[in-house]
Design a protein around this ligand. Structure first.
Ligand code: NAP
Length: 309
């Protein structure tokens, strides 16, 4: 029997034995709402195949009202782990039995390991973007002055925590709702305390998209990271005015839509190097694979499957 592309919360809650009845048995899934768009099964199944692991990875469509129930039912259905995506990452932190330090600091979990009847939570989004930036631009976050757009969102927070843990040269948190970015800046300030300051500027600060502030910060930045949900549709307005971009800026857009993004088009137009979020997606998935199986992920195979999808 062919494995369906998507299972429902009801499938898992009412027929947990169903998942082990396939060949190979379904033992991993990405859980979200919506979930049909997820590319994770393409590259995780390629990785499982390449490593000769007898398990399949699927999509689980779970609305917020059923999420906690589904999480607790994973051991009963024979799952060895899961990924969690929009809108469940913050709830997953609450739902797991233990979360590692980075997941706790990020306020969210995107990777779960089932161990007996216990659930262990991790977050690979921050380490994933760190690896992607190293690969795309041959540099490390710790050497960069970062302007992060959308710092108040789930992905933005995970990236901000990663920047702080790597003690990047400067971290400017930009958010439409300033209070969220200010709270985060206060929370992250201790990571930078023991480090030398860059001139008189605070190493971490919060601003809004206010024209003058953002332009000034971008003039002095090495990398702009977009973690807002703007740019997922081509009809979205510019996330920053094109006139704020310059040729010495690296631009990383966590969005990875098929037609490219307006931000990356604007970056290319001024001669700035840019990359989309596919690298982050790939590396967060590879890190999850490494957590589940305690072995290196077959990155080339996963990349090929992701690009072919
Ligand atoms: P989220 O939690 O809903 O956060 C959305 C963020 O965007 C918030 O900071 C929000 O600001 C901001 N925002 C929304 N509309 C805006 C607007 N019109 N103008 C300015 N800012 C606006 O979403 P998320 O889960 O963090 O996801 C954010 C993005 O990251 C998405 O595009 C997603 O595709 C991407 N992502 C990519 C990967 C990957 O692997 N490449 C992984 C995770 C996420 P407020 O706080 O003011 O509402």
């Amino acid at each position: 029997m062919a494995i369906p592309d998507i299972f429902s919360a009801e499938d898992l809650l009412t027929t947990p034995a169903l998942f082990a009845s396939f060949e190979p048995p379904v033992r991993l899934a990405v859980i979200g709402d919506p979930i049909a768009h997820s590319r994770s099964p393409a590259f995780q199944n390629a990785a499982l195949d390449a490593c000769g692991i007898r398990a399949a990875y699927t999509r689980l469509h779970v609305p917020p009202s059923r999420f906690t129930e589904v999480l607790r039912a994973l051991p009963r259905a024979g799952f060895l782990g899961a990924n969690v995506t929009i809108p469940h990452k913050a709830s997953a932190l609450v739902g797991v039995d233990v979360a590692d330090a980075y997941a706790r600091a990020s306020g969210s979990v995107n990777t779960i390991v089932v161990s007996g009847d216990k659930l262990h939570g991790f977050n690979t989004d921050g380490p994933g973007i760190s690896r992607a930036i190293r690969e795309e631009f041959s540099c490390d976050l710790r050497d960069l002055r970062v302007v992060l757009l959308g710092a108040g969102g789930g992905a933005g927070r995970a990236i901000a925590v990663q920047c702080a843990m790597e003690k990047c040269a400067r971290l400017v948190l930009v958010n439409r709702t300033l209070e969220k970015a200010q709270l985060l800046a206060t929370e992250l300030a201790p990571y930078f305390l023991s480090e030398p300051t860059s001139g008189s500027l605070d190493r971490v600060c919060a601003i809004t998209f206010e024209d003058g502030d953002l332009r000034r910060e971008l003039e002095n930045a090495d990398i702009l990271i977009n973690a807002t949900s703007l740019g997922m549709n081509r009809s979205d307005g510019p996330v920053v005015p094109a006139s704020h971009l310059h040729s010495n800026l690296l631009v990383y857009d966590t969005v990875y839509t098929r037609g490219g993004s307006r931000l990356l088009d604007d970056a290319a137009a001024v001669g700035a190097r840019g990359a989309n979020g596919l690298g982050m997606l790939l590396h967060q998935g590879a890190l999850a694979f490494e957590i589940w199986f305690n072995r290196p992920a077959p990155l080339a195979v996963m990349r090929q499957a992701l690009l072919a999808h």
